[in-house]
Design a binder for this molecule. Structure first.
Ligand code: ADP
Ligand code: MG
Length: 364
């Protein structure tokens, strides 16, 4: 069953401009769906629409079988966690954890403070590593600890869906990875439904059962982490999930190769045969697809501009070639700036796109 459904959802803050446009998206019960995309692509707006904090311009929103489009936020069974944790400063950690659950159950927690041996609270606090902090005030916690309490509160409440908007992005990298792992583990254990927003590709791949990629308010592609990496259907998706910056080259296909504005990129006969002459194409490849070869072998010639060292005793060598600036990845002793190099392209790592739409033509 779907815990969340968005049907044709659009939101425009300013006339004629859609922050999100015709969004169709479902989150299955117990699923962790990551909504990812560059800044300004409509991720926060989508979460706020699900939470009821914004009114839709068009479309319907469902929580389970219920159409909640017209429901105010407090009637919707959702918990939302923001980048900055929002705890009640006048409640200790224990009460901060239980307040959502108790209010939902109609308990008047301010008359009866949470019981000290509540097993659900104890177990969850232990799993979140905050069991020694239960009597503290929020002001006595670090940022990471505060976010753990906010997570605990949401998980304890067991809402239809937990919405998280870049919850760990203000934390330092090591802590971010630790919290991400703890959230993942707890989500699996509890079977919680989560809609998680991030602009970080690595985080999306690490967490998502599925990932929805947003671009200018539209969902371009929804898929598993493997699908997003291996079968990107758009240039934006390919670029976003590539571990290395991709080099894009566009031009017109001819008999000898791809004619770009700067020069001719020779293509293998098997490639030129695939495309009708005159077809405009865009291709993209990572630095690992560009291999430096000895200067007496054919290939693209270029003059080295700069060399950067990378982890693992590898180097990125950027050179000016006849088709523009290219970057090669090498684990051999790198050349020096000003030297002439030759490089060949590994075509099995090249992706092809329609130069106009950016849609994938085929993946090799
Ligand atoms: P993201 O979270 O992916 O960075 P947002 O959902 O915050 O993106 O924003 C999507 C678009 O909507 C952006 O162009 C942003 O400027 C615009 N926007 C967001 N909130 C408002 C608002 N309250 N009023 C006007 N425009 C907004
Ligand atoms: Mg945002």
């Amino acid at each position: 069953m779907n815990a969340v459904g968005l049907q044709g959802v659009s939101k425009s803050y300013t006339e004629g401009q859609n922050a999100v446009a015709d969004l169709n998206l479902t989150v299955a019960a117990g699923e962790l769906l990551v909504l990812v995309g560059p800044s300004g692509s409509g991720k926060t707006t989508t979460l706020r629409l699900v939470a009821g904090l914004e009114r839709l311009t068009r479309g319907r929103i469902f929580l389970g079988p219920q159409d909640v489009t017209e429901w105010p936020p407090w009637q919707r069974d959702v918990a939302m966690i923001f980048q900055r944790p929002a705890l009640y400063p006048h409640l200790r950690v224990r009460a901060n954890l239980t307040v959502g659950r108790d209010l939902r159950q109609g308990r008047r927690w301010w008359h009866r403070p949470p019981h000290r041996t509540d097993p659900a609270v104890r177990d969850l606090a232990r799993q979140l590593g905050i069991d020694s902090l239960l009597e503290r005030w929020p002001a006595e916690l670090s940022g990471g600890e505060q976010q753990r309490v906010a997570l605990g509160r949401a998980l304890l409440r067991q809402p239809a869906v937990i919405l998280l908007d870049e919850p760990f992005s203000a934390l330092e990298p090591d802590l971010r990875i630790e919290l991400r792992r703890d959230l993942h583990l707890l989500q699996r254990r509890q079977g919680a439904t989560i809609l998680y927003v991030t602009h970080d590709a690595a985080e999306a791949l690490a967490l998502g059962d599925r990932i929805a990629f947003l671009h200018r308010g539209r969902v371009l592609q929804v898929g598993t982490p493997d699908e997003m990496q291996q079968e990107p259907r758009w240039r934006q998706v390919a670029s976003f999930f590539s571990p290395w910056p991709l080099r894009f080259l566009s031009g017109e296909c001819g008999e000898r190769g791809l004619q770009t504005t700067t020069g001719l990129l020779p293509l293998r006969p098997s490639e030129t045969a695939r495309w009708p002459p005159g077809r405009t194409l865009e291709l993209a490849f990572p630095p690992s697809a560009v291999q430096l070869v000895s200067t007496d072998v054919g290939g693209l010639e270029g003059s080295v501009q700069f060399v950067e060292a990378c982890p693992g005793m590898r180097w990125l060598v950027t050179f000016q070639s006849g088709v523009g600036v290219l970057t090669a990845l090498t684990d051999q002793a790198p050349p020096h700036p000003g030297e002439t190099v030759r490089a060949v392209i590994h075509w099995d790592q090249v992706r092809w796109f329609d130069a106009t739409t950016g849609q994938t033509l085929s993946t090799c």
